[in-house]
Write a protein that binds this ligand. Structure first.
Ligand code: 13P
Length: 123
């Protein structure tokens, strides 16, 4: 499956921790990430991640293009609900494209955990 991992700055440690705990399951899939999230995951795991641009520089839009093209199976996007983002329109566009194309997206640790458990059991 094609899976995208994205996290706002305050959630980077959480997504790294998630990637470490589910490293084995994730290693069987093609992983994508926005720039800094992907860098952090690769620094802390042995996972290979295709990195797009950093979110504020267009990375969310690049992942959005993958969704629009039908090339993304699901997304984990740990958003920071307490900090405003300069690229909020890009974030909204990504969420909208998920809804348009029926692509599952987990936007917090609770739903991310459910997605990861499903990934483990579908192998
Ligand atoms: O801002 C982001 C998502 O909107 C994440 O981008 P980075 O992974 O480059 O920090």
């Amino acid at each position: 499956m094609n899976i995208s991992l994205i996290a706002h700055d305050n959630m980077k440690e959480d997504i790294v921790e998630l990637a470490k705990r589910y490293e084995e399951a994730l290693s069987h899939h093609t992983l994508y990430a926005t720039g800094t999230t992907g860098k952090r995951i690769m620094e802390n795991t042995s996972l290979n991640v295709h990195r797009f641009l950093s979110g504020p520089l267009g990375g969310d839009q690049q992942i959005g293009a993958k969704i629009a093209e039908g090339n993304m199976d699901f997304i984990i996007f740990l958003r920071d609900p307490l900090t405003s983002q300069p690229h909020e329109p890009d974030v909204s566009a990504l969420l909208r494209l998920c809804d348009v194309h029926h692509v599952p997206i987990a936007t917090n640790q609770g739903s991310a955990e459910v997605f990861m458990k499903a990934l483990v059991t579908t192998r």
